[in-house]
Design a binder for this molecule. Structure first.
Ligand SMILES: [Zn+2]
Length: 420
């Protein structure tokens, strides 16, 4: 039979060899799977059938339970003695905001430009955003197509992309082979974020295995917006920009950034294929040229319970303290948080004990000084103007600014950084 040109310049040729649409499509296990050795694989370990011609998956819309899935199953059981597939996955339909099926009802009505193709969407938003939007929808139900929803996903895309860009931009002088810090020697903040990342990775792998791509989307976008953008990336700026280049604290944070960006690229590669690959190219010492050639190795850092509790408590204190700092800013007591000294009264009993914890808290709040009077009472946060003067280099307020003859405008910590 002559191939048909679907642009309409050739007439459609009538075929007389169709027996019945359900029998023809339902027997594709014989005509496709069994006739193409390149589709063969090892005998199934799931149902112990020697049927290495079985498809891993049959994928179709939810209207095919009584259609193609069933005719395929019946014909294959009768003719081949086994089901033609190992798994069946069904999806809902693309509907518009009025829940009308887009595939049929709105074609040619000018509601969407060529709604039957992905071209228009890809041209407008780019392939990665379209794929991210598809992944973000729970395909088991009907999928509502609207500009508003795609725009929202485009915002999430920018948050994820900015997170990757920030991580890469701080690895320019990092050589993983010589500068990496082992997990047990990382600073508390870096251990916390990698512990959170490790939890995210476990959830994402579970979701991919269950084909729950919308869960992957929710988990990754939440992590990028909250743990990374609102907390970690903000807090580490001071270390990255003002610590001596080769200091343990800076190298520890770069180690964490290197792990995060490598892991996120691998995690996102199936969905943000271009973005992940472009970011991967810029990772120092990457194991393969393309992220799509890499083997995704699980990373696991589980924080001991006490350490995890301390961080949960510190982050809860941070929420309360940031609100107080905002009030102080509005009443013009301080400008930036670094102009503040915070006094924590009450709360945080038992868990936060060491000086290291209070230094971590100071860093989390991005204030210059912190003092604490732990007690049984509920936590109160007082904000006062910081002691000393502003350091011209790190902008912290320190009492030792002016005490160094050669560097009269900077603090002791910065003198050490400049000298090194
Ligand atoms: Zn300084």
């Amino acid at each position: 039979m002559k191939p048909v040109d679907w642009n309409g310049t050739e007439p459609v040729a009538k075929s007389n060899d169709t027996l019945d649409v359900w029998i023809d499509s339902g027997s594709s296990s014989r005509s496709v799977l069994m006739r193409r050795p390149d589709l063969f694989h090892q005998p199934s370990t799931i149902n112990h059938q020697p049927a290495n011609w079985q498809a891993d998956m049959y994928l179709e819309g939810s209207d095919q339970h009584r259609g193609w899935f069933q005719s395929s199953l019946l014909i294959s059981l009768a003719g081949n003695g086994a089901a033609p597939y190992k798994t069946v996955l069904t999806h809902g339909f693309m509907v518009d905001a009025d829940r009308e099926k887009i595939s049929k009802s709105k074609q040619g009505q000018g509601v969407y430009e060529k709604p039957q193709t992905a071209d228009a969407y890809v041209k407008k938003w780019g392939a990665d955003i379209v794929r991210l939007w598809v992944a973000s929808q729970d395909f088991r139900n009907d999928i509502i197509v609207s500009q508003e929803r795609i725009n929202k996903v485009a915002e999430t895309y920018r948050v994820i992309r900015n997170a990757l860009r920030y991580q890469l931009s701080n690895l320019y002088d990092f050589d993983p082979a010589t500068h990496s810090v082992p997990d047990e020697k990382l600073t508390g903040l870096d251990r916390w974020i990698l512990g959170e990342y490790s939890k995210l990775e476990a959830e994402v792998i579970k979701a991919y295995d269950a084909y729950e791509f919308h869960v992957v989307y929710q988990q990754v976008s939440q992590f990028a917006a909250v743990e990374l953008s609102a907390i970690y990336h903000d807090v580490i700026k001071d270390r990255l920009y003002t610590d001596p280049a080769n200091s343990h604290r800076r190298r520890s944070t770069q180690t964490a950034l290197h792990r995060l960006v490598s892991g996120l690229c691998q995690m996102l590669a199936p969905i943000l294929s271009f973005t992940a690959d472009e970011a991967w190219e810029l990772i120092p010492d990457k194991p393969t040229q393309s992220v799509h050639e890499t083997t995704w190795l699980r990373y696991s850092l589980v924080l001991p319970e006490g350490e995890l509790l301390a961080w949960q408590q510190m982050l809860a204190i941070r929420d309360g303290a940031l609100a107080e700092l905002e009030k102080a800013r509005q009443s013009k007591l301080i400008g930036k948080a670094l102009e503040a000294r915070t006094e924590l009264i009450g709360g945080m009993i038992g868990v936060l004990v060491s000086q290291k914890d209070f230094e971590s808290l100071r860093e989390l709040l991005n204030v210059s000084q912190i003092s604490a009077q732990p007690s049984d009472e509920s936590l109160k946060v007082r904000v006062a103007k910081a002691d000393g003067q502003k350091c011209a280099r790190c902008w912290h307020w320190e009492t030792d600014v002016g005490s160094h003859k050669e560097h009269p405008t900077i603090c002791g910590r910065c003198v050490a950084a400049v000298s090194s």
